[in-house]
Ligand binder design. Sequence first.
Ligand SMILES: Nc1ncnc2c1ncn2[C@@H]1O[C@H](COP(=O)(O)OP(=O)(O)OP(=O)(O)O)[C@@H](O)[C@H]1O
Ligand SMILES: [Mg+2]
Length: 497
Amino acid sequence: MSQPASSSSTPANGNDSSWKTGLRPPPKDIRPQTEDVTATKGLEFEDMKLHRELLMGIFEAGFERPSPIQEEAIPIALTRRDVLARAKNGTGKTAAFVIPSLQQVDVTKPKIQALLLVPTRELALQTAQVCKILGKHMGLQVMVTTGGTTLKDDILRLSEIVHVLVGTPGRILDLAGKGVADLSECPVFVMDEADKLLSPEFAPVMEQLLSFLPAERQVMLFSATFPMIVKDFKDKHMRSPHEINLMDELTLRGVTQYYAYVEERQKVHCLNTLFSKLQINQSIIFCNSTNRVELLAKKVTELGYSCFYSHAKMLQSHRNRVFHDFRNGVCRNLVCSDLLTRGIDIQAVNVVINFDFPKNSETYLHRIGRSGRFGHLGLAINLVTYEDRFNLYKIEQELGTEIQPIPQTIDRGLYVAPSGGEDSQVQRAPQQPQRQQPQQQQGQAAQQQKPQPTGTPVQRAGPPHAAPNQQQYIQQQQMARPGGQQPAYRGGVPVAR
Ligand SMILES: Nc1ncnc2c1ncn2[C@@H]1O[C@H](COP(=O)(O)OP(=O)(O)OP(=O)(O)O)[C@@H](O)[C@H]1O
Ligand SMILES: [Mg+2]
């Protein structure tokens, strides 16, 4: 058995709270939250015997108390037992594995000590960012590595100290196989979106990766969905894992689900109507193929709405720019494929639209879970065709949920957070969308329309603002940036704009 992690960090003392005074947490998020995140037993982060430096990062991230999954998973993970945890989308699984992973790092040791695997590049960037934020005061080194970037840069980076390695499986296997990423003293192995990482696409890579780790290791699996596929892995590679299942019911309490029964050729018109009627702060619109993503994004732009798109066949640097800028509220709507279905956390998204209805219930659940993050309110609207009708029924059955027909008017209270008594702002929003001419003052329009970072919508998506062609937008951004082709992220840190 390996020794308990020793760090140069100071254990937090329950009584002395003077260290808290200098912290700068973000403004308090006052939006209402559902029991999905509030139904806790009352454990505090300070009860978890975490290093003070880690606690500082947690509080500075604005986390006041653990969510149910954090309360369940963190204490047991700190005992180094294997963990298999299932909890709803947006309820804080990332911190539930990042916190115990960081706590176990000994920063005086120049070795990779935690390997965090995720299925997509965007999710890797986001997860590495969480590690950096929570570990900000610990003096630890986090590296993110994914496909679609230069291998040479990663090799160079690994010649320096890395304590926590976050990435997608293929690239990490490449680096481990070349002997560049030394995982021989890495005791923590985490699989986020574990069921996806154990799908046939990734499973052989996961098996190989495990062979680079020491025999004494802690394996932690997290997801909102655990199909049977996970059982084989559990039996083969996990030692009496502690199993947590916080999903008595599967769907989020804060997310209201509707369907609109349409013909294929009516879909764009229907979307247009939704845009003009809904109080969208930011929306994610899912299509079932990359081709349809691009076609729809073009249509949405032609309709005059601001829209980005992303899919797996795009250049990685473009994917990064879109992800980064959408997160920062540059644009209200994002059309994408299932690339961004899992794990992506954008608090300002209050509406998800399945322009194409998904084929299985896991995909459906993860997609609609992009709204209603951390127990907030959200809306999921499904455009359903005659061909989708059996799938709709099947998904409802499998998830034990009811997707209602869309009503004439949707109560804003279902998906729009009250904005601290400032509701009048919403009322003042123009009733009719007006097509904006390109020569109009785009900057001004864009500013007026900018989504609220905490997800409190103040405007309709209706009045379209600057809706430039995405390619042009990316080119402009690259030209405006010294060095032209720079990616939006460097080592997981968004480039300041
Ligand atoms: N204890 C906490 N207090 C306040 N906010 C939190 C806390 N824990 C997590 N959050 C926030 O909740 C949001 C959702 O967290 P996270 O992305 O980890 O969810 P998840 O369970 O991994 O969801 P998914 O299943 O979609 O991947 C994030 O914005 C995160 O910052
Ligand atoms: Mg997650």
